[in-house]
Design a protein around this ligand. Structure first.
Ligand code: F0G
Length: 470
C-alpha cells in the first residue's frame, strides 16, 4: 500500500515528496512540516461514512476484529499508510464517546441538546494522545525502530511509555523538571520509560530531543507531533464525533491549543473528508490558549498572522520569539499540558484555522480552573488544560461569536486523575506539588523501581544519561 501514500512537504512552494518508509519530521529541502498524502483514486475509499457502522458488530471478532475494536483503526480506510493490517499496533485506543452535556449547557447559557463533550480522557493512558501514538508506533514498527523518544508536558510521555512497554521498545521521555503533573509522571515511570528530567521547560526539552533524534547514530525515532503519522491517528477524534452525530458535523469544534498538533489534525481530517465527498459541511474551529502560553492567540488574533496559501509571514513569528528571548519570557500556566510558547505545528494550525474558518482565544488560569470544576460538577472529570475548551466557549459566547443555539463540541483532552493536585488545590487550597521533588531519599524503592534521572539542559549530559555517546 506504500505506493498509494507518501509524505509531502506542507509548503506549497516546495511540495517535496518522501516515501512512507523514510523517517522524517521535516522537509529536507525547506524544513517545513510534512503531511501524509494518499492517492485516493487507487485506494478503496468508502462511498459514505455509514460504511464504518458495521464495525461496531465485528469488533473483537478475530482477524480484523482487533482493529474494529479500536476507535482509531475502525476508520483505517481514512488513514491507510500501512502495508498490511498486521503491522498495526493497537490496544483498543479511541473508545471514547461524545457526551451530550445538558446540565453543563444550562450553566453555560446554552440550549439543551447543543453542547457536547468529546471525552478523550477515556483513552487507555487517559488522554487523547493515544489516538496519535497508535499510528506513530505503527509507523515505527514499519521502519523497524527500537528506541523511541519525545519531549512532553506529560501526556505524550505517558502514552509513549505505554506503547513502548507494549511493544518492547525502549522509550525515552524528556520532561521539564517540576513541569509535569504527578499523575503523568507516575505513568512514565511505571511503564518503564527512561525518564529524563531536564532543567528547562517543554520548549527546551523539544529542542534537545529533536537535536538527538536528528543524529542518526542515536537511533531515535521521534514521537512528538512533528511526526506526521501521529496526526493521522488524531484525525479519528473528528471521525468519532461525526459518527456519534449520525455523520452530521456540529457548528463548532473547540480544542485547547499547546503544541497545536490536535487542531492541525482536525483540519486535515475535514479537508480530506470534504475532498472525498464524505461530508458537506465543515465545522468552525476554535483553538484556546492559556493566557500564560498564548503564542497562537498573539500571532493569529492580535498580529493577524494567517496561512495565506502557505506563505506564512515568518517575520512575525521570528519577531515574537526574539522578543520572548530578549525579555527572558517563559510560559506559565496552571494548565501545564499546554505550557508551550513555541508550538511546532504553528503553520499547520494556521492552515486548519483557514480551512475551518477558525478563531483563537486565550483564557486565564482562573477561568480554566473554574470551568474545570464546573465540568466535573456535572460528571465529566478533566485536567485543567482540557477545560480551556469550555472556558473558551464561554468567552466566545460573551463576545456573541457563538450563539446559544449552535451545536458545539468541546474536546476534553485529558482525564481529571492526570492532575489530582490541581483538583485538590482548587477545593482545599493545599498544594501537594512538593512531592514532585525527586531528590534521592532513604526510603527504600520497589524491586523494579524506575527513578527519573535529573539532567542539566546540556547535550553531552543528556546523551550520557541515555547511555550513549555522540
Ligand atoms: N490537552 C492536553 C491534556 C494535552 O496534554 C495537550 C498537549 C494539549 C491539550 C494540547 O494539544 O499540543 O496538540 O495542541 N500535550 C503535549 C504533551 C504537548 O507533551 O503531552 P496540542
Amino acid at each position: 500500500m506504500t505506493d498509494r501514500a507518501h509524505q509531502r512537504c506542507t509548503n506549497p512552494a516546495c511540495k517535496a515528496s518522501y516515501s512512507i518508509d523514510e523517517v522524517r519530521t521535516s522537509c529536507a529541502k525547506c524544513h517545513a512540516l510534512l503531511d501524509i498524502i494518499y492517492d485516493w483514486d487507487r485506494l478503496p475509499v468508502p462511498k459514505s461514512m455509514e460504511f464504518f457502522e458495521h464495525r461496531w458488530s465485528t469488533k473483537g471478532a478475530g482477524g480484523s476484529g482487533r482493529l474494529d475494536f479500536s476507535g482509531v483503526w475502525r476508520f483505517r480506510e481514512l488513514m491507510p499508510f500501512y502495508r498490511h493490517e498486521d503491522q498495526i499496533v493497537t490496544i483498543g485506543e479511541g473508545r471514547t464517546v461524545l457526551q451530550q452535556a445538558d446540565l453543563l449547557a444550562r450553566q453555560m447559557n446554552m440550549n439543551p441538546g447543543r453542547l457536547f463533550l468529546q471525552y478523550e480522557g477515556l483513552n487507555p493512558s487517559g488522554s487523547f494522545k493515544d489516538n496519535g501514538m497508535t499510528a506513530a508506533f505503527t509507523h515505527a514498527r514499519i521502519v523497524g525502530a527500537h528506541r523511541v523518544a519525545c519531549a512532553s508536558t506529560g501526556n505524550t510521555s505517558a502514552s509513549l511509555a505505554m506503547y513502548a512497554g507494549l511493544n518492547e521498545m525502549t522509550g525515552v521521555v524528556f520532561i521539564g523538571t517540576g513541569k509535569i503533573s504527578f499523575g503523568k509522571l507516575s505513568q512514565a515511570l511505571d511503564y518503564g520509560a527512561l525518564t529524563l528530567q531536564i532543567s528547562g521547560d517543554f520548549d527546551a526539552c523539544l529542542r534537545r530531543v529533536k537535536e538527538i533524534a536528528d543524529d542518526p547514530k542515536m537511533g531515535i525515532y521521534l514521537m512528538n507531533s512533528v511526526n506526521p503519522f501521529r496526526l493521522e491517528g488524531q484525525k479519528s477524534i473528528m471521525f468519532r464525533i461525526l459518527e456519534a452525530r449520525d455523520w452530521n458535523p456540529p457548528d463548532w469544534v473547540i480544542v485547547p491549543g499547546g503544541n497545536l498538533g490536535n487542531c492541525s489534525a482536525f483540519g486535515k481530517a475535514f479537508m480530506e473528508l470534504k475532498e472525498l465527498g464524505l461530508i458537506e459541511k465543515v465545522p468552525r474551529l476554535a483553538v484556546i490558549n492559556a493566557s500564560g502560553a498564548n503564542t497562537l492567540n498573539e500571532l493569529f488574533t492580535r498580529q493577524n498572522l494567517r496561512w495565506n496559501g502557505g506563505e506564512v509571514d515568518c517575520t512575525k513569528i521570528g519577531g515574537l520569539y526574539a522578543a520572548m528571548d530578549e525579555s527572558n519570557y517563559y510560559p506559565h500556566t496552571v494548565a501545564s499540558a499546554i505550557e508551550i510558547s513555541r508550538p511546532v505545528n504553528l503553520p499547520k494550525a494556521l492552515r486548519a484555522l483557514d480551512y475551518m474558518n477558525g478563531v483563537v482565544r486565550e483564557v486565564t488560569d482562573d477561568e480554566i480552573l473554574e470551568h474545570r470544576a464546573l465540568v466535573a460538577r456535572y460528571g465529566f472529570g478533566c485536567e485543567p488544560a482540557s477545560a480551556a475548551s469550555v472556558a473558551g466557549l464561554r468567552k466566545l459566547q460573551e463576545e456573541g461569536i457563538i450563539d446559544r443555539d449552535e451545536e458545539v463540541v468541546c474536546i476534553l483532552t485529558g482525564h481529571e486523575l492526570k492532575d489530582p493536585n490541581a483538583t485538590v488545590m482548587y477545593h482545599t487550597g493545599v498544594d501537594m506539588k512538593s512531592v514532585q521533588d525527586m531528590a534521592p531519599r532513604s526510603t527504600p524503592t520497589g524491586k523494579i523501581a524506575n527513578r527519573p534521572i535529573q539532567v542539566d539542559d546540556d547535550l553531552a549530559s543528556i546523551v550520557k544519561a541515555m547511555g550513549g555517546s555522540v
